[in-house]
Design a protein around this ligand. Sequence first.
Ligand code: GSH
Length: 218
Amino acid sequence: MITLHHVPGSRSMRVLWLLEEMGLEYALRHWSLTDGGLRGPEFRALSPAGRIPAIEIDGRTIFESGAIIEYLTETRPEAGLAPSPGEPTRADFLEWVHFAETQANILQNLNIHHIFLRPVEARSPVLTRLDTKRLEVTMRALEAHLDGREYLIGPFSGADCMLGFNIDAMFRFVRPEPFPNISAYRQRVQSRPAYRRAVAKGGGDSIYSQDFYELPDV
Ligand SMILES: N[C@@H](CCC(=O)N[C@@H](CS)C(=O)NCC(=O)O)C(=O)O
């Protein structure tokens, strides 16, 4: 049995969504980002940096969402959710899997700046603006890449689970109007039955209490 260690609305959503796309059976074990459990020895044995997700599969544990996506698609090629090593689009797949994590790290910084850091006076308007600009750079690149494309590398793949997860968070910090291709892609990926099942089983967002977070005055 596969066990996914999960927090609703966190990067484990990428893996949950892919498990649904692949039609695999799995169990979910829920954790919290805020109760200290991820820092304890039980979770650290699964994920040494104390980060979600981790997965127990095939007699071992794997941490890092990108590594899990690559492992699942490589070991279950019959699902057809990634080009195999050596195929021409393999490098495209890897680029977008890892691009998604570059972008997620900026989103994580923005979550810290806008939501998690206490006391509020410790937050830096300058860093918040800088990270918002860095997010916009990744969004402009994605917008251009999606022009004329339905999914990131042609057919739907595990790279779309990696990046599709980021989109709701992007639009909490950057307005959607200049990004029609990303908005249309969001509709496409979020209307997939597997995505809807993943949200229904794993829970939706557990981080945001506002639709949009305005930039602070500098
Ligand atoms: N590169 C890692 C990042 C994992 C990560 O930072 N996960 C967040 C949840 S989305 C987390 O566990 N945060 C807890 C913390 O930073 O203490 C991955 O893709 O799995």
